[in-house]
Design a protein around this ligand. Structure first.
Ligand code: GLN
Length: 553
């Protein structure tokens, strides 16, 4: 393998100072976006310092959405932001966790791969990190790797990655930059922006042998000159390399704000690039403007189950779904008003489902388990009977099938075997290979994961909307439509408009337009391929139908 750190490949390491949750992921994605817009080929890497081998076993309530790549790797939601900002797919080499890194070091040790040496965190695990970063750069053939080191400087568990970055810098100092995303609080009692926590964070970073080149100063307000100068002198960073990053209404404004302080030119000049053409961000600007202002409202109800879980942020668990709806709303010159509707409430009070009559569109997203299930099915029934546009994602498609089986195909007590293994009509069932995995408690990375091809059936909504015969979409599930019920469901009027190339698996279910303005469910997760500048056609059709419904009522 080429030693890229020594052969002109560039790295920008993004680290966090002071505290987490201030937008390091969005800053990384925005840097990637800006450099790409200036004609530089970039790969973005997320490092998660926890010991999970991937993000798949983590509870979305605590950790946010599990974002699946084409390859099937289950990753952190930041990877979704990266793909959306870059407008392209990322590969499995662009993500690493400590669990992944240690697993390969330990496997190598078991195979005598270290020739009898004592295997240690430094150098062996650190070198594995460096090797992985090189591989990511090689595979993507990029000019610059922008690498986000998860956590905050001073965390015990990310020190390893700080050291890997230090060594890469040591090997090739002109090719490596450090960007620290820090936070400047404005304590209520003082009403003044304080730089001290950032000064201390820089000192802590210095103790690793790392000096930040650029500081992105996150704060409620823009940074004034006085504070910029203070930060510059105390943190040993040139004043023009301190970027003001005040709170913004929309994350899509962040890159535009960075450019106001000329961030991309600063990065490129510091990495030794000759003058590069300025970025043409006009299309992005137009999009960001719509994200801020939108147009006519379209009221979408998401029927889910995670509502009484303390300090959990719903928007994180469904971030790709929310963004996908928003992109399609902007495309239709509308602004999505998204409401969270509690499926458990509908389960306990079935008559309250009639409140759904106030919505322009109803969506049931992916999910697992029993909670609120009958509430979701009741919501789907209401949407079908009242001709309110409905979009079901994965579980939402499976439950749409269950509802249709029970109430239209007369298959009494039909269900998914995930909830009722003894149902007389298992219209959704688990595949035999998945049963084996569950019996062995082989939960991690063992679902049907990642991109699979799907053929679209002529004369259907799906075929018309995609304008293609065959598509590829991302999956994350264990259960499928039971092939033994396809004929009965089809006879009752359900159309399976997307099928796997071998015809075994049903990928899209829909009702014909003459029956319902839009009632469609996908076994896959289309939200993971929706991008700001290329919204997903199924989401766009759903939003359009919702706008049509709105104008009728
Ligand atoms: N629980 C369902 C399954 O495993 C759906 C999963 C999902 O919605 N992602 O098949």
């Amino acid at each position: 393998m080429k030693r890229r750190a020594l052969s002109g490949h560039k790295y920008i390491f993004v680290v966090g100072g002071v505290m987490s949750g201030v937008g390091k992921g969005i800053a990384t994605a925005s840097i990637g976006k800006l450099l790409t817009a200036r004609g530089i080929s970039v790969n973005l890497v997320k490092i998660d310092p926890y010991l999970n081998v991937d993000a798949g076993t983590m509870n979305p309530i605590e950790h946010g959405e599990v974002f699946v790549l084409d390859s099937g790797l289950e990753t952190d939601q930041d990877m979704g932001n990266y793909e959306r900002f870059l407008g392209r797919d990322l590969g499995p080499d662009d993500y690493m966790t400590s669990g992944m890194v240690y697993a390969s070091v330990i496997a190598r040790e078991r195979n005598l791969g270290y020739g009898g040496k004592c295997v240690e965190t430094i150098p062996h695990v650190r070198d594995e990190v460096i090797e992985r970063l090189r591989r990511a750069a090689d595979v993507s053939n990029s000019d610059i790797s922008v690498v986000e080191i998860g956590g905050t400087v001073g965390d015990f568990q990310n020190a390893l990655y700080m050291d890997a970055a230090r060594v890469i810098h040591l090997l090739s100092p002109d090719d490596v930059l450090f960007v620290m995303v820090s936070y400047l609080p404005v304590p209520g009692t003082l009403g003044e922006m304080k730089t001290k926590p950032t000064q201390n964070a820089v000192r802590l970073l210095n103790s690793y042998g790392v000096q930040p080149d650029v500081i992105i100063a996150r704060a409620a307000h823009p940074l004034d000159r006085k504070r910029k100068e203070k930060l510059a002198i105390s943190c040993n960073v040139r004043p023009d390399m301190i970027i003001s990053a005040p709170d913004v209404e929309s994350i899509y404004d962040v890159s535009l704000n960075f450019e106001r302080d000329k961030l991309s030119s600063i990065l490129l000049e510091s990495l030794g690039y000759e003058e590069k053409p300025q970025a043409d961000l006009s299309i992005w600007k137009e999009f960001a403007e719509k994200a801020r202002n939108g147009g006519k409202q379209v009221k979408i109800g998401i029927v889910g189950k995670y509502f009484d879980t303390g300090d959990f942020v719903l928007s994180d668990a469904y971030i790709s779904v929310i963004e996908a709806i928003k992109f399609s709303a902007y495309q239709n010159d509308a602004k999505a008003e998204i409401h969270w509707l509690n499926a458990k409430h509908y389960e306990a009070n079935p008559e309250s489902v009639s409140e759904l009559g106030d919505y322009d569109g109803i969506l049931v997203p992916g999910g697992f388990g029993e909670t609120g299930i009958e509430g979701k099915i009741a919501a789907i029934k209401f949407a079908r009977e009242n001709k309110i546009p409905y979009f079901g994602l994965c579980y939402g498609m499976q439950l749409m099938t269950v509802e249709y089986a029970r109430n239209v195909a007369n298959l009494k007590d039909a269900h998914t075997t995930e909830i009722n293994p003894k149902t007389p009509h298992p219209v959704i069932m688990i595949l035999p290979e998945q049963v084996e995995k569950l019996e062995k408690k082989d939960y991690g990375g063992s679902m049907r994961l990642g991109a699979y091809p799907c053929d679209l059936v002529e004369g259907t909504i799906a075929r018309e909307v995609y304008e293609k015969e065959s598509i590829s979409e991302r999956h994350r599930h264990r259960y499928e439509v039971n092939p033994e019920y396809i004929e009965r469901l089809t006879k009752a009027g359900m159309v399976f408009s997307g099928v796997s190339p071998d015809r075994r698996l049903m990928e899209i279910a829909e009702l014909p337009k003459k029956e319902h303005p839009f009632m469609l469910g996908t076994q896959f997760h289309p939200e993971m391929k929706a991008r700001p500048l290329s919204p997903h056609p199924l989401f766009s059709t759903f939003v359009k139908a919702a706008l049509g419904h709105k104008s009728k009522v």
